[in-house]
Design a protein around this ligand. Structure first.
Ligand SMILES: *Cc1c(COP(=O)(O)O)cnc(C)c1O
Length: 407
């Protein structure tokens, strides 16, 4: 595919208009929106308005007057529209890690005769750390199996199956409907982490019969660094589950300051403390933008960009890159990963030349595909830069021997 072909594809792209809605620096090709999405142009004004008008002028009156108290549920309902959930099934709160802990502990407590969390050993390590900690606290156990043989670990003692829909290293897209159905048939609850899928493709939680889910606000959703995360509890389970962090925001009537705890009905029982209103404003402006996008079109373009990237890289075997993502587009999320023995150096040299991807150990180059602001020409030019880096040996620079704290 030539650059002229890419220019033509960009001309026909129904999503091309979204590019100007993001505040991206000139001269940068950003292939890391799966790690930290760039700011929507609207975010700065939204946060500025909250600071000056709501916080500044409204002061504490804004909890009621500016809808702060409803923000976690309001933004949750908007996110529900992106992940195939219904109103009242999603709430914005805390971080993905904390939400995962709350839901995993709630699920184990609700299935007392089934003290095992089953997950795959390639799952996002932090999710496994949290599951291990939650299990230990509740006298339960985390059981890991190789992904291909996960279901062999599914017995009558398993209370929860914990999985991530898109693998952070390879971009592999797991079979959510099939694995959820298998968990249910075995009597276990399912908990899916959508951090690398929501905003990159349509997600159908209800249709897949998913019980519980969590996801991240700052990756594909563009909510800003450390944006609040969200959690989903299927409506039919909400009265049965209770949060292990029963803070006042999960109370039926927090401002009664009652001496005893009574959980509120609904998904808000998984709130804990005061929501981060400034961060919620940035996240909400991003989610509003997402609600304008057709996620089927996002997925089609994501597949096309991924195929282009793979095709261009593989047309240059001299680069020495090996595809580590599934080749079949239907089994890939919205990223493409390759391995290279000097992957860290390649990524650093690329970043120095304005093409931003990231590195994941041991040898992965990871490129996020974000159709709202990445063009076909961007992908073409990124591969040209990559060829330039490796051709010139820029990845072998001794400066890349030591890794930065964040890779
Ligand atoms: C990014 C990510 C997280 C992040 O959790 P934080 O609490 O925001 O640090 C968790 N799980 C998965 C699968 C992720 O990709």
């Amino acid at each position: 595919m030539t650059r002229a072909d890419c220019v033509e594809l960009d001309r026909q792209d129904p999503l091309a208009g979204f590019r100007s809605r993001f505040a991206l620096p000139e001269g940068v090709i950003y292939l890391d929106g799966n790690s930290l999405g760039p700011p929507p142009v609207a975010a700065a004004a939204a946060v500025g308005r909250v600071i000056s008008a709501e916080w500044g002028d409204g002061l504490i009156r804004s909890w009621n007057g500016a809808g702060w108290i409803e923000a976690p549920a309001r933004v949750g309902d908007k996110i529900a529209g992106l992940i195939g959930a219904g109103p009242g099934e999603v709430v914005v709160a805390d971080s993905t890690s904390v939400n995962l802990f709350k839901l995993a502990a709630a699920a184990l407590s609700a299935r007392p005769g089934r003290p095992v969390i089953l997950s795959d050993e390639e799952n996002f390590p932090s999710d496994l750390y949290i599951a291990e900690g939650a299990a230990r606290m509740l006298g339960a156990e985390l059981r890991l199996r190789p992904r291909r043989r996960l279901l062999e670990g599914l017995g009558p003692e398993v209370g929860l199956v914990l999985l991530t829909q898109v693998d952070f290293r390879s971009g592999e897209l797991l079979d959510m409907p099939g694995l959820t159905a298998a968990a249910r048939a075995a009597g276990a609850l399912s908990l899916w982490d959508l951090s690398h899928s929501a905003g990159a493709m349509p997600v159908h939680l209800r249709a897949a019969g998913v019980d519980l889910a969590v996801g991240c606000g700052y990756k594909f959703l563009n909510g800003g660094p450390g944006a609040p995360a969200y959690l989903y509890v299927a409506a039919h389970l909400q009265s049965e589950l209770s949060s292990p962090i029963q803070g006042w925001f999960s109370h039926r009537d927090p401002f009664a300051f009652a001496g005893s705890y009574q959980a509120v009905a609904g998904v808000e029982r998984f709130l804990a403390g005061t929501p981060a209103i400034l961060s919620l404003a940035a996240l909400e402006s991003a989610v509003d933008l997402w609600l304008e996008a057709d996620l089927e079109a996002v997925r089609s373009k994501s597949v096309a960009l991924g195929e282009l990237l793979i095709g261009l890289v593989e047309s240059k075997p001299e680069l020495g890159l090996t595809l580590s993502s599934p080749r079949e587009a239907g089994r890939r999320g919205s990223q493409v990963s390759f391995t290279h023995p000097k992957a860290y150096g390649v990524i650093q040299a690329l970043i120095e030349r304005g093409v931003i991807g990231d590195f994941r150990p041991p040898h992965h180059l990871r490129f996020g595909i974000t159709p709202l602001y990445t063009s076909f020409c961007d992908v073409h030019d990124a591969v040209e830069t990559l060829a330039g880096v490796i051709g010139a040996g820029a990845h072998l620079d001794p400066r890349w021997e030591a890794r930065a704290r964040v890779t």
